[in-house]
Design a protein around this ligand. Sequence first.
Ligand SMILES: [Zn+2]
Length: 270
Amino acid sequence: MLFDYPSAQGTPHGSTFFPIPMSMKYIITITLSMVLAACSTAPVRNPQAKWVPSPNRDARRALVIVLHYTQQDSVQESLNTLRTANSQGKVSAHYLLGKDGRLYQLVADSQRAWHAGGGRWGTITDLNSASIGIEIDNNGIDPYPDVQIEALIALLQDLTTRLRIPRHQIIGHSDLAPSRKVDPGAHFPWKRLHEAGFGIWPSGELTDAPEGFDPWLAMAAIGYSLSDRPAALRAFRMRFRAIPATQMQPPEPDDEDRRILYALSRELLR
Ligand SMILES: [Zn+2]
């Protein structure tokens, strides 16, 4: 509450503390209303229905966290881009994480940032509406410094707790848009993230998938769109086998892919 002002509420004792004439009170009330109206957006009500508000509600929440690399050379450059545009248009993200672990927030958690673009993860087709976007300062070539990953883990701990986002729902931009994107890249330490409790990773000894196991069905169950199967497989291998997306690859899942997919399927069923 920004204003705790007795006369604004018209309390019986208001004039005892503030002997303000009625005309002045009217002006103050009007001014306060204008200031507050400018600060907040009135709820949009459907004119077809009678408005009968219920107090049992809260803000809609994100379901997924999307990790990116900036592919730029400095935090300052990325702070500029994320408040203006890149070559494809206006862009933003909720957070930008520097190499030194310093964290910047550009969009409120409750607002929709423009970081994901077109793509799909599971049944979610509008990722910007359903996610928190984190840009990590990295040029796409260098490894991620420890201090940066530690800061990311602290941020994920905060977001998954406070916004109640499932801890396994941490994905890369390349996972949701495998035909277009390769970030956060083959260097990103997904295994370490999983050891801290975030994202998915095939834990334990890998075993051969049983007869009849369908690796593509497992890919789809994890969340990958199969509209471009070779691209989805490249994104999967980049994340779980650290194979660069630029490398020539077999277009069908091999034995190692099948073992990883089988382990991940069992993990998701737990
Ligand atoms: Zn990205």
